[in-house]
Ligand binder design. Structure first.
Ligand code: GLY
Length: 408
C-alpha cells in the first residue's frame, strides 16, 4: 500500500517537476532566491538527518531555554508547519528525495484530522496535507482534508455565527471567564474550509467560512484598521461579551502576529469569494502596520507595536514572513498599484534574509529564521526561532519566485 502511494506521488511529481524544469530553462533565476533555497535545503537537510536518525518522526517547533529543540506531537497547533516546509522546499529545490520525506512527515500527523477540541486543525492539515494535495494530487490527502474540515465545522456556533477557537474547560483558557472565545488567528483556518468545499462539493464548509469571516470583520477590527486578539461571544444570544488579548501586551494594543493573521486571512477570503470587502480589510490592516510610527526601518515588527519598552522589545520575524507571503499574493490581485505590494514584500524578505534574521548554517537549532516571539504574557518562546516563521518564509520565497518566473 505504502509502495503504491509512493509510486503515485513520484509519478505525479515527475510530471510536475518536468513542467517546472521547462519553465526554469526559459527564465533567469534570481540569485536571491537561489541563495536562500540552497541555504534552506542545507539547513533543513541538517534537521532531516536528525529526524531520520530518531526512531519516530520528531516534529521540530522551536528552541527551548536550554537551547535544545522542542518537538511537538500531532495535536499541537504547530504540527503542520514542518511537513509543510518540506513540501515547499521540495517545490523550491526540485529535489525529489524530499518527496517521500514530505509524505512521511505529513502522514505522521494524520490523526489531527479528528481533532474537535480546538480550531487549529486548519493550520495543521492545510499546511501539511493541503500542500501535499496541491503538489501531488494524491487522493488520500484530499480525503484527510475533507475529514479535517468536518472536524473544524463541529466548532461552528449558530448564535454568534462563528467558529469557536478555544474550549473554555482546558488549560489557562479556563481561567479567563470566557464563554466562546474567538481569536483573530482563526482566520487562518478558513482556507481548509474553502478547499474542502471545492474538493467535496459540499457548500456547508464555504458557508461556515464566510459566516466566520463576516462576523470577525464586524467585531474584531478597530476603526484604524488594527484588530483585537480575542473576542468572546455569548453562546445564548451571540452578543460580544469581551474584547481582549491573550498574547498581546494589552487588550487595546496591537499584537503584531494578530495583524499578520488578519492580513493573510482576509487575502485568502478575497481569493476564494471575490468579495472586495475582504480585500479592503486586508489592505486596511496592512496600511495600519506599514504606516505605524513605531515600525522599525527594517520592517520587522516588534512583537507588539504598543509594547512598553520599544525600541528595546523583541521583534517578531514570524509576523514579518506571514505578511510578506500575503503581500505577494495581493500583488497578483486586481488592486491599484499591485506591484507596490511586491516591492514591499521584497524589502521584508531582504531583511529576513540578512544576517540579522537568517541563521548561520548548522546554528539556531537548524531553523531558518531567528528572532520570533511565541507569547510574552505566558513567558514562552521569547526571541527564538519558530517553525511557522520558517514556513511562511519559504511560502513567500516560492510566491516571489513564481511571480518573477511568470508562473503565478
Ligand atoms: N495561533 C497562536 C499564535 O499565533 O501564536
Amino acid at each position: 500500500m505504502k509502495k503504491v502511494l509512493y509510486i503515485t506521488i513520484l509519478a505525479c511529481s515527475t510530471l510536475w517537476v518536468s513542467c517546472t524544469e521547462k519553465n526554469k530553462q526559459s527564465v533567469r533565476t534570481d540569485s536571491f532566491i537561489e541563495k536562500n533555497v540552497a541555504f534552506a535545503r542545507a539547513q533543513i537537510g541538517n534537521e532531516i538527518r536528525i529526524i531520520e536518525k530518531s526512531e519516530k518522526f520528531t516534529n521540530p517547533v522551536t528552541l527551548k531555554t536550554d537551547s535544545t529543540i522542542y518537538y511537538c506531537d500531532y495535536a499541537d497547533w504547530r504540527s503542520g508547519f514542518f511537513p509543510g516546509s518540506v513540501w515547499y522546499l521540495y517545490e523550491l529545490s526540485g529535489d525529489t528525495t524530499l518527496l517521500s520525506l514530505a509524505d512521511k512527515y505529513t502522514s505522521a500527523i494524520e490523526e489531527a484530522k479528528k481533532l474537535t477540541w480546538h480550531h487549529d486543525v486548519g493550520f495543521m492539515i492545510n499546511c501539511s496535507f493541503g500542500n501535499g494535495w496541491r503538489t501531488t494530487k494524491v487522493p488520500r490527502y484530499k480525503e484527510v482534508m475533507i475529514e479535517a474540515a468536518r472536524s473544524l465545522a463541529t466548532r461552528f456556533r449558530e448564535k454568534p455565527g462563528i467558529i469557536q477557537s478555544w474550549d473554555v474547560t482546558r488549560g489557562w483558557q479556563s481561567e479567563r471567564g470566557w464563554e466562546c472565545p474567538v481569536i483573530i488567528d482563526n482566520m487562518m483556518n478558513l482556507e481548509l474550509l474553502f478547499e474542502a468545499t471545492k474538493l467535496s462539493g459540499d457548500s456547508t464548509f464555504y458557508h461556515i467560512a464566510v459566516n466566520h469571516a463576516d462576523r470577525t470583520l464586524k467585531e474584531h477590527f478597530r476603526t484604524n484598521g488594527s484588530c483585537y486578539h480575542v473576542i468572546d461571544y455569548s453562546l445564548a444570544d451571540g452578543m460580544v461579551r469581551h474584547r481582549q488579548t491573550a498574547q498581546g501586551y494589552a487588550d487595546e494594543s496591537t499584537w503584531s502576529r494578530g495583524q499578520a493573521w488578519a492580513i493573510y486571512g482576509y487575502t485568502v477570503c478575497y481569493r476564494e469569494t471575490h468579495d472586495k470587502k475582504y480585500l479592503n480589510q486586508a489592505l486596511k490592516t496592512f496600511q495600519f502596520m506599514k504606516t505605524h510610527p513605531r515600525l522599525p526601518k527594517d520592517l520587522i515588527p516588534y512583537w507588539d507595536m504598543d509594547a512598553p519598552n520599544i525600541p528595546n522589545e523583541p521583534r517578531d520575524a514570524s509576523s514579518a514572513s506571514c505578511i510578506a507571503s500575503a503581500l505577494y499574493e495581493i500583488s497578483t490581485m486586481d488592486v491599484p498599484d499591485a506591484n507596490s505590494y511586491k516591492i514591499y514584500a521584497d524589502s521584508i524578505m531582504a531583511s529576513l534574509a540578512s544576517p540579522n534574521y537568517l541563521a548561520s548554517l548548522g546554528k539556531n537549532g537548524n531553523f531558518l529564521l531567528m528572532h520570533s516571539v511565541g507569547s510574552i504574557p505566558h513567558g514562552t518562546e521569547i526571541d527564538v526561532p519558530l517553525n511557522y516563521a520558517d514556513y511562511y518564509f519559504l511560502e513567500a520565497l516560492k510566491r516571489k519566485r513564481d511571480i518573477e518566473e511568470g508562473t503565478r
